[in-house]
Design a protein around this ligand. Sequence first.
Ligand code: PXG
Length: 299
Amino acid sequence: MESERWVFLNGEYKRKAEATISVFDHGFLYGDGVFEGIRVYSGNVFRLHEHMVRLYESAKSILLDIPYTLEELEAYVVETVRKNQLLDAYIRLIVSRGDGPLGLDPAECEIANIIVIVDKIRIYSQELYDRGLTAVTVPTRRNIPDALNPRVKSLNYLNNILAKAEAKQAGAGEAIILSSDGYVTEGSSDNIFIVKDDILYTPPCYLGALKGITRQAIFDIAEELGLPVKEEPFTRHDIFNADEVFLTGTGAEIISVVQVDGRPIGEGVPGPISKDLVTQFRKLVTVDGISAFPAEVKV
Ligand code: PXG
């Protein structure tokens, strides 16, 4: 089911090559905007509504008016998936401040640019899912929440990009980012969990982490499996001595971390609880969300 890529741009569907915006867009000039990354599994747009709610909350937080209702934009996202005829895909939904003069004032930008891209994505190789990732804590600390709250999924990802680059320079697959006072916050584009004595721990978002949709899915699956989850601050020491460590995100899905800062985690291989969570997650992703290709639509 391969076909041409169509991009939703401000109410129209454009071919990839024609889907362009101005260099005066403040998303480009200043990173002034918000976005979502969403996955489609076997035609099911996984937890689309939750992503839409987070998008509108991010926009509200940065005083950005989205010129559609949540329901309208949600329908456009589904329609863009359908137009691209992709059963398994990645959606990048972008709301940027829009075109304006050179100068910071967002009030000078008349209307937001709304973009929906649907394409394929693969962040890690299958081998890394089977064997697990190595990670390092990086020198760059997470943005402090009272400067720019990391709960806002903004177009300003330099903090995360620097963390990722530092991890790569150190020869690791992913970064673990600490808060300015040394607590574990998250990965460069994923939330982090540790398992200790059959209890899951993940940092509270107020420390400087995105309220991940996949993170919430883990909470839901853990509840079904009878595994307690605690949102509690923890440190590198807790990671080194965890039984299992894994990362969660729309891009990365669920991936085990088997070594952190040179210390093997548990047995140094993906652990049984992480594997159980992956099994349950695989079942959830094809059914929990909005179907882009209901039975009557032939694809
Ligand atoms: N923290 C950060 C900073 C993120 O950017 C997550 C956590 C996980 O959240 P979700 O809701 O996805 O479970 C993210 C999400 C990419 C890519 O292109 C990145 C994300 C999502 C999709 C694709 O690398 N980050």
